[in-house]
Design a protein around this ligand. Sequence first.
Ligand code: F6P
Length: 323
Amino acid sequence: MKRIAVLTSGGDAPGMNAAIRAVVRAGIASGLEVWGVRRGFAGLVAGSFVPLGARDVGGIIQRGGTILGSARCEDFKKEATRLEAVRALNQNDIDALVVIGGNGSQSGSYALSEMGVKVVGVASTIDNDLYGSDITIGVDTALNIALEAIDRLKVTASSHQRAFLVEVMGRKCGYLALMAGIAGGAEAVVIPEVETDPEVIAEEIRLAYQRGKPHAIIVVAEGAEYNAAALERYFEKHRERLGFDLRVTTLGHVQRGGEPSAADRILATRLGAAAVEQLLEGNFGVLVGWIKGDIATTPLKDVVSKTKPLDLSLLKLANVLAK
Ligand code: F6P
């Protein structure tokens, strides 16, 4: 193995740059030539490669986003498009590829590995919904951003005796909402994994008011059946019953920006370096992730076919502590 390439794909996650830096420098330290691919799989198909030296990845460990750019490439689901990518890799004498990304991206990695490309994935998504890694690059930072927002909202909520619906990202996974709810001391948490009766949430808000709480924070996962907009519509009809005045804040992409936390920089660095090790050992078609406090590899086949369960006992704990 002489020349490897690295790309970032799907939604960007704080820490991706630290992972790129680790792939480049660990690769160079092992005598490899490392190239970057611009704009994820879209750039791979277009043959958009750039050589990366140790200095090219200087000063990026603390930067959010990805210096390589990222994309959601729907076309990559088509075999003809992937064949273009394989051709581009061959034309540029790339022996192996590191794909830093989440679920959709690792589906692309798996499809490429099935076509004979030597691929290793690196677990990166703020959603923490990827099988094969207890925690993924970007989660810690996104969670802390959501938490800071919740802390701030609680201050203004208390001044005005208001309830806030705070919607956080996570696609179909409630991890970010649940953890932000626990860490932020929310009065209620709404996640996609558990069916929600809006009437129950309304009652919890009313009881919080009756207990004399100065605020009520309801953390809502964007993927829940009753997201913030749906709950707001429902509560509109029952406003006087809630006790509190109601406001809605959707955190959205704010959670993906910003500088990566120390935990994300370290995780990304370790996973990036481990991905190079796997390539050198000839262990292809796997995801490099973090399981039970250590680096672990999982076949991409499992990563794309299995789902990571959410520990729902934590929702019960959040409800108990909300009283
Ligand atoms: O997968 C990461 C994520 O931020 C999800 O939480 C969110 O649903 C989605 O990406 C948003 O995608 P986009 O950036 O393409 O709007």
